[in-house]
Design a protein around this ligand. Sequence first.
Ligand code: GLU
Length: 302
Amino acid sequence: MGRFAPSPTGPLHFGSLLAATASYLQARRHDGRWLVRIEDIDPPREQPGATGRILEALERYGFEWDGPVVYQSHSQSAHEAALARLLDSGHAYRCGCSRNDLADAPRGPLGIIYPGTCRAGCPAGDSAIRVRTDDSAVAFIDGLQGPQEQHLESESGDFVVWRRDGLVAYHLAVVVDDHEQGITEIVRGIDLMDSTCRQIWLQRLLGFPTPNYLHVPVAAHADGQKLSKLTGARAVPLGRPEKLLVQVLSALGQQPAADLGKASLREIWSWARENWRIEALTGRTRILVDSNAMAEGKNGLL
Ligand code: GLU
């Protein structure tokens, strides 16, 4: 069982279309189910209307998901129950440190390395909740990128599972929802690979099985920067999706015939399902594209 889990922070762009296509084809090629979950747990970062635009684009491009779209904001009671278990078992604790308090904390590639200030207790007042880590190796074998390992205590320190503003943090929400939905295979962008060990850590503390992970390359501009709202990635065009879908397949290393773009969406998907080989992405981390050309319906593969 696979899934696509976009955050409604902007419309679907080529990079998110790429991740959606890879997870969809990987599920369908193996006769698996595929779900869409809108990760709307961070209202301050949401863009009004983005959910509708993402779903409309997925429909126009011919994705067929199983069951109704799931909204992460509707699983608050499951998130709270998981938090209560972490607190009751002593795996999580309140942390009153403000951003200012942590200004001098060491930093690493994962961000601030929490120095453990509130491990032994913190004064009452506004607080986040952190999960305890230790320095044993958390490892997994990524289906495309090979063996990965982190030592959480020294690389991230105890990390936040519930934010100071009262909202659930991404790592806890994603782990609980993937478990609740029975997701067994997570295909997503490689930009999320360094989150995976923290998520596996939470799965272990909560007694959830760990799904298989496959991190696919991210689409990047010619200068190597990942396509995102911040780097000016354009929304995918909704007219004539066939042409862009074939570019997505080429970008994913699938070698569609040059005239496949003239076929119907149904025929393109059926070719893609039959011929899908995720192995073509093994070890790849970036796919360079010109997102402006793509938004105008032109060839944008660099
Ligand atoms: N909602 C996350 C994002 O859009 C993806 C979460 C995931 O695939 O695990 O970046």
